[in-house]
Design a protein around this ligand. Structure first.
Ligand code: COI
Length: 356
């Protein structure tokens, strides 16, 4: 059934919903997708034909530029439902701004704000049944853009497709993660694309992360490319350290993603009166603090990962176990953040955005 809604987004509804086939209690991150998706194409110099269609495979020419030169960027967002059935996004303008920042760096045309929000909100209202209430439940939202032009000269495309797909989600990590501090491989460099959510940033991590996994670690904490002396981010999340009662995280830069959860944690630290510093964090100081018994916590912060505690790290064959704290900052931030997201507590910074 084709409908045109008041926002001029064409809506083609799926004939059958898959929702009854989904086990919402046992979700593996990013494997199940909702019934619909939002699609919009860039052609003849403008974004046009925004539509919602059934979630379905798409065809592209083998020569589509994205397959050859990786001209692709994405975002990660979540929708939450409260016990009254109201749907909320968390700081969605941050994601909108960031996808365009990422796009500009990869020579992709910026996406219009009205299409982004109308497309997203129309889609979420259609997929409302997929958003389960309750802490720990969310709908992960993946906006992304790919270069579709069938041409393989090494230059930016003339045509693109912007899409939003959604996946019901629980935790990304089911247990505290063990991490390796990078000594040889790098994720990003000055002047590069580390700050962007560029698809290639993730592809480049898979091989070294696979080597780390063979050694029994879940993730790598990337260090600066030139000296490998400073800890930057974990690739799937930004990273925080607690030495004594002080919270420390690296400043954002060309090389580090400006995470929405990261900046929210820093604001919450301010609100909760937790002493924090945003400054370069050296491998040496973290190892020294661990040896002295002052390293109380390491945790990651990201949309998918939420707040994920780190239980051990390795560097230069030295392994440090981090005993889990009774009253950890990680659990305090997780509770404070998820209560705001689920409309269970006051939202003094107006981070919640209700989808009406
Ligand atoms: C997110 O947190 O949304 C991300 O994009 C990380 C991804 C590895 C799942």
């Amino acid at each position: 059934m084709v409908e045109t809604n008041p926002n001029e987004i064409v809506v083609v509804k799926s004939e059958n919903s898959k929702i009854n086939t989904v086990d919402f209690d046992n979700l593996v991150f990013g494997r199940v997708f909702t019934d619909h998706m939002f699609v919009c194409d860039f052609e003849n110099g403008k974004w046009q034909d925004p539509k919602i269609t059934p979630y379905q495979p798409m065809t592209f020419e083998p020569s589509a530029r994205v397959f050859h030169y990786g001209q692709a960027v994405f975002e990660g967002m979540k929708a939450y439902k409260d016990d009254d059935g109201k749907i909320f996004l968390f700081r969605p303008k941050q994601n909108y701004d960031r996808i365009n920042k990422s796009a500009s760096r990869l020579a992709i045309p910026e996406f219009p704000e009205n299409y982004f929000f109308k497309g997203l909100e129309t889609l979420l209202k259609m997929e409302s049944d997929w958003i389960k209430p309750g802490l720990g439940n969310s709908l992960y939202i993946r906006p992304f853009v790919i270069a579709t032009e069938p041409a393989i000269s090494a230059s930016p495309a003339a045509t693109y497709r912007f899409m939003i797909i959604c996946s019901p989600a629980k935790a990304y990590y089911n247990k505290p993660v063990r991490v390796l501090f990078a000594e040889k491989f790098s994720r990003s460099a000055d002047g590069g694309v580390g700050f962007a959510k560029a698809a290639g940033n993730y592809a480049a991590q898979f091989y070294p992360t696979g080597l780390a996994q063979k050694k029994g670690f879940d993730q790598i904490i990337w260090t600066d490319a030139s000296t490998h002396k400073y800890l930057e981010e974990a690739g799937t999340m930004n990273i925080f350290f607690r030495i004594g009662d002080k919270l420390i995280t690296a400043p954002t830069s060309d090389r580090i993603l400006d995470g929405v959860t990261r900046k929210s944690v820093l604001q919450l630290a301010e609100d909760l009166g937790i002493d924090y510093e945003v400054r370069p964090v050296s491998v040496k100081e973290i190892k020294d603090a661990a040896e002295a018994g002052n390293l109380k916590e390491i945790f990651g912060a990201g949309t998918a990962a939420v707040i994920s505690p780190v239980s051990a790290f390795e560097h230069a064959d030295d392994v440090f176990e981090i005993p889990q704290q009774e009253n950890s900052y990680a659990s305090l931030f997780k509770k404070t953040l998820t209560h705001i997201q689920h409309n269970l507590s006051e939202d003094k910074h107006s981070w919640r955005h209700e989808v009406k």
